[in-house]
Design a protein around this ligand. Structure first.
Ligand code: ES4
Ligand code: ZN
Length: 337
């Protein structure tokens, strides 16, 4: 498309990127060797080499098929320098694609359960954030995600630990989110966590409507009072919900290449972009797990452009909505607009 150079140069915000999902096979093998972590090549021959793992990542059956690889790969992250290397590699790549503001998810329970402390993760991620600000003039935020496949008390304990350490009060974490396996774990299960976060004045988002139905998005709004919805793809199945998202200006953080790779949709052409645009829903376009899904943010923008041929005016509207939906200071918003 003749708009590719325009899209590459367009200042972008990214709101839906799991930092552990930016662990490329090459860095995974490097960190596993450094840390003496054995990958389970006896159980899955895909772990034999960078090439075979990369080949395995070409298609996934569904969300859980992907998550199996995601949780094994991140076990190579051990010390603060590992988290710094991971996050810095992502920030550098995002800066090269003109991302000016990035809000990054991370999954502390997937690390504390292996004996990696909060302070180790935070030290490494913060070091990378300082470098992104200094070297790329990129603003960044961290969103602490809790895992849906673990019990509520586990999420509560992790939330209380982060809150007790002052990570929300001091701005280390901008918000909470929820991710991992979706269908067996409807949003209403997490009411206690979201009530506690709201009472503490903490921003809230959750994955919903990726594999799960539109009703999970409704639950996220009704029961959790989520201020954003990550994916929310299946919201298009509920006209009343679409109207509500428009009225409330709720940001959907969409990830088209992810949806294709996890077989939520058959191809990018099936992505309901026109429906969301025409309804006037506020959304951003994001990479989700770029090391696994075949592209960073710009490849997601290109895929939509190649399938839907948006106008420059439409892209400028998307870019503006993604600034307005960002969790940065009002001052930073003005700079980004
Ligand atoms: C995820 Cl694509 C996706 N969905 C839900 N949870 C996740 N964690 C990392 N990537
Ligand atoms: Zn995600």
């Amino acid at each position: 498309s003749p708009l590719h150079p325009f899209l590459a140069a367009l200042p972008k915000c990214e709101h839906h990127m799991h930092i552990e999902g930016s662990l490329e096979p090459s860095l995974l093998f490097e960190l596993a060797a450094k840390n003496g972590i054995a990958l389970p090549v006896d159980k899955d021959a895909a772990f034999a080499s960078v090439e075979s793992l990369h080949a395995r990542y070409q298609t996934f059956q569904n969300l859980d098929d992907f998550l199996g690889y995601y949780y094994i790969a991140m076990s190579a992250l051990v010390d603060a320098a590992d988290f710094e290397a991971l996050a810095y590699a992502y920030f550098a790549k995002a800066a090269s694609q003109n991302v000016r503001h990035a809000e990054v998810f991370f999954d502390p329970q997937a690390h504390t359960s292996r004996g990696v402390s909060f302070s180790t993760m935070v030290a490494g991620l913060k070091a990378a954030q300082r470098r992104a600000q200094a070297e790329f003039n990129m603003s960044t935020e961290l969103i602490m995600c809790l895992l849906k496949h673990l019990p509520l008390p586990d999420a509560m304990k992790t939330f209380e630990e982060a809150k007790g350490a002052g990570y929300f009060a001091d701005g280390t974490f901008a918000a909470i989110g929820m991710d991992s396996s979706e269908k067996p774990f409807p949003p209403k299960m997490w009411e206690e966590l979201f009530v506690a976060a709201k009472e503490a004045g903490i921003r809230r988002t959750t994955h919903a409507g990726e594999e799960g139905p539109a009703d999970y998005v409704v639950q996220a709004l009704d029961v959790l009072d989520a201020q954003r919805i990550d994916h929310g793809l299946r919201s298009v199945e509920d006209e009343a919900l679409l109207k509500r998202l428009v009225e409330q200006k709720t940001l959907l953080t969409l990830c088209p290449l992810s949806n294709v790779k996890l077989q939520c949709i058959g191809s990018v052409a099936e992505f309901p972009l026109r429906k969301l645009l025409d309804a006037g829903v506020r959304f951003s376009i994001n990479s989700d797990d770029p090391a696994y899904f075949g592209g960073y943010i710009l490849e997601n923008y290109y895929a939509l452009q190649d399938n839907f041929g948006l106008t420059i005016r439409e892209w400028e509207g998307i870019a503006q909505g993604s600034v307005l939906g960002s969790w940065c200071s009002e001052e930073r918003k003005q700079e980004l607009l």
